[in-house]
Write a protein that binds this ligand. Structure first.
Ligand code: XIL
Length: 386
C-alpha cells in the first residue's frame, strides 16, 4: 500500500514536470505570434534606433512586433522644422526598415499642439495667421508628408489630443478665459480643424487608414466627446477608420472596469480600436494626475524615484499581474481591437523615465534594460495560452 502510494506520487510528479516542460517549450517567444489571431502588436521606434544606434533594440523590435510607429521623427517639428524645409532622412530610413520587416507602419502624427513649431501659426511678420492661411499650411504639410509615403505608411494618427479632459474641443476659446497655448493653431480655423485634417489626409493617400488619437480616453467626458466626434465625421462621410487609445497607464489607473467600459463604448462605433502607446508606470504619481500631456513637468526628489537600483520582486509581480489583467481585457475585446502598440522597445528607452519628472528609473514595458523579457512578458503571453 505504502509502496503503491509512493509509486503514485512519483507518477504524478513525473506528469507535472512533463507538463511544465511542455508548456514552457510551447510558450510563444514572440508577441506577434502569440497574438496573431487576435490583433497586431507594435512598438514605438526611437529616432536613435532608426539612425543606427542600438542595433540590438531594433533587432528585438523586428523579431517581436509586426507594427511600428515612429516615436518622434514624423512629428511636425522633426519632419518640417522650417516653412520651406522638410527633413525626411530619418523617416525614409524608418519606412525602409519597416518594409524590410513586413511591418504595418503607422505615421504619428499630423496635427497636434505639441512638438509643432511656433512658426506654423504665424506669418513672416510673426502675426497670427487667419483660417485660410492656416488651412493652407495644414494642407501643404499633410500633402507633402502623407504623399511622400503614399502606399508605404498604411495608417496615420491624423489628429492627436484635440479634446481636453472636460470633453471640449481644443479649438474652443474659453469664455472669459485666457487663450490656451494651442489656440493660435486651432482656434482661427475653428471646430472643423479636425475634419479638414482628415479630408487632407484622405486626399493625400486614399488608401491609408486614418485615426483620431488621445489620452485619458476612459474619462466619461472624453468617451462622450470622442464618440461624438467619430459619429459626426461618419455622418459627413469623412473617412475615419479608428480611434487610437494611447494607454499611458499606471498600476492602479485606469481601473479594469473603466478599461472594459471604454472598450465597450468605443466598440459600438463601428471603427477599429487601437491601443497606440501602451506603457505602465510603476512609479509613484507626480502632480500631473493621469494626464499624458507632454508639456507637464513635475519635480519630487527621492520619494518619486524609489527603484533606481532595481525593481523589487513584489513590484515586478504587481506589474506582471496588471499586464495580465489588461491583456485579458484586450483579448476579450479582440473583435474590435486591431492593434496594441507599446510606447518603446525596452525599459531603458521609455519616455516614462523622463515624464513628467526628468531622470527617474521606470520599468513600464515588457523588456528590461538588457533587452530580456520580464515576468510581465510571460504574463501577457499567458493570456492567450491554449
Ligand atoms: C513622447 C515621446 O515619447 C518623447 O520622446 C517626446 O519627448 C515627447 O513625446 N503622447 C503622444 C506621443 O502622442 O507622441 C508622446 O511621445 C507621448 C504622449
Amino acid at each position: 500500500m505504502r509502496r503503491g502510494m509512493r509509486a503514485g506520487v512519483l507518477i504524478l510528479w513525473t506528469v507535472l514536470v512533463a507538463v511544465s516542460v511542455i508548456s514552457v517549450a510551447d510558450e510563444p517567444k514572440e508577441l506577434k505570434d502569440a497574438f496573431a489571431s487576435r490583433f497586431r502588436v507594435g512598438a514605438a521606434i526611437g529616432t536613435h534606433h532608426t539612425m543606427g544606434q542600438e542595433p540590438e533594440s531594433l533587432a528585438l523590435a523586428a523579431s517581436q512586433f509586426n507594427a511600428a510607429t515612429p516615436e518622434n521623427l514624423l512629428k511636425w517639428q522633426a519632419v518640417h522644422p522650417a516653412p520651406d524645409r522638410y527633413q525626411f532622412e530619418p523617416a525614409d530610413r524608418f519606412v525602409a526598415w519597416g518594409e524590410q520587416h513586413g511591418m504595418f507602419l503607422v505615421g504619428h502624427t499630423l496635427v497636434w499642439h505639441s512638438q509643432t513649431p511656433r512658426w506654423v501659426s504665424q506669418g513672416t511678420d510673426q502675426k497670427p495667421l487667419d483660417r485660410d492661411a492656416l488651412l493652407d499650411r495644414m494642407k501643404g504639410h499633410i500633402e507633402t508628408v502623407v504623399g511622400r509615403y503614399r502606399g508605404r505608411i498604411q495608417a496615420w494618427d491624423v489628429v492627436n489630443e484635440a479634446i481636453d479632459d472636460q470633453g471640449r474641443l481644443r479649438s474652443a476659446v474659453p469664455e472669459g478665459g485666457s487663450p490656451r497655448r494651442f489656440a493660435p493653431w486651432y482656434s482661427p480655423i475653428g471646430d472643423d480643424f479636425i475634419e479638414m485634417a482628415f479630408e487632407f489626409a484622405h486626399a493625400a493617400d486614399p488608401n491609408a487608414e486614418l485615426y483620431y488619437n488621445d489620452y485619458n480616453e476612459w474619462f466619461p467626458a472624453k468617451i462622450e466627446a470622442i464618440s461624438g466626434l467619430v459619429r459626426r465625421l461618419q455622418s459627413k462621410n469623412v473617412r475615419i477608420d479608428g480611434i487610437g487609445l494611447q494607454g499611458h497607464w499606471g498600476l492602479d489607473y485606469p481601473k479594469l472596469d473603466e478599461i472594459d467600459h471604454m472598450l465597450t463604448e468605443y466598440g459600438k462605433l463601428g471603427v477599429k480600436l487601437m491601443v497606440t502607446e501602451l506603457d505602465i508606470t510603476v512609479l509613484p504619481s507626480a502632480s500631473n494626475g493621469t494626464s499624458a500631456d507632454v508639456n507637464a513637468r513635475a519635480t519630487g526628489g527621492d520619494r518619486l524615484d524609489p527603484y533606481r537600483d532595481g525593481l523589487p520582486d513584489a513590484v515586478q509581480r504587481k506589474l506582471a499581474d496588471r499586464y495580465a489583467a489588461i491583456f485579458g481585457l484586450f483579448v476579450k475585446h479582440a473583435n474590435t481591437i486591431d492593434r496594441v502598440t507599446f510606447w518603446g522597445v525596452h525599459d531603458g528607452h521609455s519616455w516614462r523615465n523622463h515624464f513628467p519628472v526628468r531622470g527617474r528609473t521606470d520599468y513600464p514595458l515588457l523588456f528590461d534594460r538588457r533587452l530580456e523579457p520580464k515576468s510581465a512578458f510571460s504574463a501577457v503571453v499567458g493570456t492567450v495560452r491554449p
